[in-house]
Write a protein that binds this ligand. Sequence first.
Ligand code: CA
Ligand code: CA
Length: 141
Amino acid sequence: MTRSPAVRRLTGVALAATAVTGLTLTTAGPASAATNKNGNVESGEFGLYYNSNYAGCVFDLLNSDGNFSGDYFRSSTSSQTCPGQGQSTDNNTASYWNRDVTAWEVYTKAGRAGIEGYLPLGYYGNASVTFKNEISSAYYF
Ligand SMILES: [Ca+2]
Ligand SMILES: [Ca+2]
């Protein structure tokens, strides 16, 4: 099942609207859909890892995030822990995995500021010296 970027943008708007009301969002659609920030890099998401070589806890993004401040690395299950769990995602990423259907851009500062990095479809690898423990925002194309 593929999802177009347009559909995802609409989903992002819905999520933002929900957040404003203060309601707890428990599901974002069918059980098979990728879930934003659940500690599991599902198909259609971009994952940022606490450790190099895609190890440790992950920060998984289905939607763009313009400011990592206040976000944290998660375990994929509540019963297991992983390196970096609970630590802030801001300025803390060491490797990436792009499972999305679009490219992603990362920035060393919030709100598309600082140095820009481009991560094409299917890209996985360790962050370079420029980006390691420096990324503060990420956006899909
Ligand atoms: Ca996820
Ligand atoms: Ca954020």
